[in-house]
Design a protein around this ligand. Sequence first.
Ligand code: TNX
Length: 608
Amino acid sequence: LAELPDKDSVLVVPERVAKGQGTFLLTASTEAVLLSGDDSLACVTGALDQVLEPVFGKGLRVRHADVPLDGALNISCDAAMPADGYRLEITPGRAEIVAGSAAGAFYAVQTLRQLIPAAAYGAANVRAVELPVVTIEDKPCLGYRGMMLDVCRHFFTVDEVKEALDIMALHKLNVFHWHLTDDQGWRIEIKKYPKLTEVGSVRSRTLIGRDPGGEYDETCRYDETPHGGFYTQDEIREVVAYAAERYITVIPEIEMPGHSLAALTAYPWLGCTNGDESYEIAGWICGPGNVLCPGKESTFEFLENVLDEVVALFPSKLIHIGGDECQHTRWEACPDCQARIAAEGLRDETQLQSYLTHRIDSYLASKGRQLIGWDEIMEGGLSPGAVIMSWRGTQGGIAAAREHHHVVMTPGQYLYFDKRGTDSPDEPVSLNLSLPLEKIYGYDPAEGLSEEEQQYLLGVQANLWTEFVATGKRVEYQLLPRIYALSEIAWSPVARKSWEEFSRQRLPAYLARLDAEGAAYQVPQPHGIREETLEGGCFRFTIRPPFPGCRVYYTLNGATPYDFDREVPGELEVIVPRGEQRVLKCVAVTPAGRRSMVVTTRMGNPGE
Ligand code: TNX
């Protein structure tokens, strides 16, 4: 592993780093020089502005030249380099970015941002920053580096979506999967079917929680307050353009044939009961009646009309059609579905879903697009052009790759960012499962795939479902710092990854930076203690803060610790008198005042 430019630099491990002596002085009057008259590079100057305006209060002056200039930040493209790759070379005389494409240059600018001291950020009036002399060569190991945001379970404004895109861009991710329709709301304006948003974007109540330890429906509680929102087509175009400026492709998801309660509420004739049934958009859990009727031609006409408007809005080659968690009960009792099964010689309802997927697959292909869906779409027979998004573990993805279909790995056990970070009872209400950072970091998307099969691995994606995520800040909290680990999974070859080095060196520096920038993020718990019950009477803990500058406070009486409580002195000794119990609670507090989840350790002699 190459030495990093600085112990406290926060790079995703690059391919090659060579650190030199000295610094380059980047000032508000340094010029950005675009070489070789390559017009595609012009958009990179926007990225530079975004990085440098918060430092200098303005962007760099841009000029064109034929050769690199001293004292300047020179940017050029070299077709011989890997497409998304780049070289960032900083010498005392000048800075230079040579990239395989404009996207590569964009990533170089993100790396440059990480070389700027955190303290310069947001100041907006800094005169000069010292960049360390270094050569960094880098390229991503996976082409598809994605993040999914569910805007149905809770609606997020255009600005909130843009914030999520900004976070993605900083971490060099390049696919935003936008989950736009579900049982809890239809969020994209479709001109031909205005009720989809007039009716389908508002529901009467929202899930707020459930009994601790309770599972799903039985113990859910709702707020009984209307919730709604949707994006106009202009807003969709605005988001797509904003993403494109960050070299992010937006893949829209239109769920079918399940998870369709919002569409059914707007247009009940899409269901199996001929419009006789009255539907109601769900607060969360809904029954088997959330499925479209694939027995009727009118359903396909609807889907094709919707997709016509969708493909006009999204330039993405891949279009996501959902396909997950579709219950087939309604189809069993539907004369139209049964007639379709008979007419098409299908074996059962599972094949009926596959029939729908096949038809939509060829429809999208006729428009020059490609279908992608959750791994359930494989059941009943894989559609020829389909790309599989493997969420129920990795098996679906592996099976699809064996059948020479492209796959995106997004297994729930590693990459579901809606899960909570720890098992602390203080965690905000979330899915009843936890996903520690180390588990995310350790995921290898190529696992289980032979070398030959790996050519079908497009990449990885993390999913943020939002049943329990109600605000933009909470989105940020669920993503950070997890998306840093995701970025390294997607960007760095497995052989270069090291949890030790990541968690001990780069993560603390990264977190200190997040803290200084005022981000909402999951503050790691203090090191050296965990959620557990210990037997005995005398204990000694060596407790360390999650990153330098944090302080750790504790109580021994079961109360929640605050920053006016006693501070852990590193080595903490706890003596439990005979027959008694002690509850040690610790919390880390960052320089910006953010708190970790409390760690609770119970101690004593239960037998006495
Ligand atoms: C399953 S993951 C779903 C989502 C839920 C998620 C968490 C997937 C394709 N479907 O609809 O939000 O579990 O509850």
